[in-house]
Write a protein that binds this ligand. Structure first.
Ligand SMILES: Nc1nc2c(c(=O)[nH]1)N[C@H]1C(S)=C(S)[C@@H](COP(=O)(O)O)O[C@H]1N2
Ligand SMILES: [Mo]
Length: 228
């Protein structure tokens, strides 16, 4: 049988999921360990994923356009397989429950910025607010700069996936995706769209901007799961 990199990746991801479950239930894990160094993070994976350099600054990476969106023109659309599709204005978005969280940011170009203080809305809260239909299995995210990215619904619904508008106590700057960007601490940072404009719930997966250009669809930092 020929080697199928996709099935290998899926098998690796399942092992990592089992490992995290075992950690949460404080059971003994007998499979291969997630890679990396340092003490465990709150999900039980090493704080430093493999091949990452810890930086103190916060580099800026994007496809070259940094849209400027005044708050009065900003909106976030929730569309597709939800009971109540909705376009949130800034005031409506800010009226959703706001949470503070601290999490790590891992860029595929091999830098990580640890312990970032965020404020924003949980992806799962806005999704549940609109009523996810049972057929929804994936999300496709569109940004104001024509960037896009895609995630399995299960990943997007994790407790630490946020739509953030503050970093370290100040409004998120335009260069980092303000007014609002998504963060996906358990996946490489390209899965978190800056200048997020639309979240579409779908029953089929579609590759986003970087996923179409050779980045891994699954993007697991602890499996060194970077490029296809
Ligand atoms: N809208 C949009 N979101 C984006 C990108 C982009 O080009 N446009 N680049 C992605 C990539 S590849 C990375 S590494 C991170 C970088 O975020 P930062 O510039 O705040 O460090 O944003 C991600 N989200
Ligand atoms: Mo990136």
């Amino acid at each position: 049988m020929s080697y199928d990199p996709d099935s290998k990746r899926i098998a690796d991801r399942e092992k990592l999921a089992q490992y995290r479950k075992a950690i949460q239930q404080k059971q003994k894990w007998k499979g291969p360990l997630p890679q990396g160094e340092g003490p465990p993070n709150r999900d039980g994976s090493p704080k430093h994923p493999p091949g990452q350099k810890i930086v103190e600054n916060w580099p800026v990476l994007d496809i070259g356009i940094q849209p400027e969106i005044p708050l009065e023109n900003w909106s976030l659309t929730i569309s597709g397989l939800v009971k109540n599709p909705k376009m949130f204005s800034w005031d409506e978005f800010m009226a959703l429950p706001q949470v503070d969280d601290v999490s790590d940011f891992h860029c595929v170009t091999s830098w990580s910025r640890l312990d970032n203080k965020w404020r924003g809305v949980k992806f799962s809260d806005i999704a549940n607010h609109c009523g996810i239909l049972p057929e929804a299995k994936f999300v496709y995210i569109k940004a104001y700069d024509a960037y896009s990215t895609n995630l399995p619904l299960e990943e997007a619904m994790k407790y630490d996936v946020l739509l953030v508008h503050q970093w370290e106590g100040s409004p998120l700057t335009r260069e980092h995706g303000g007014p609002v960007r998504m963060i996906t601490p358990q996946l490489y940072a390209w899965k978190g769209a800056k200048w997020i404009g639309e979240i579409e719930f779908r029953n089929k997966d579609e590759l986003g901007y970087w996923e179409q250009r050779g980045y891994s669809n699954t993007a697991e930092p602890w499996l060194n799961d970077r490029y296809c």
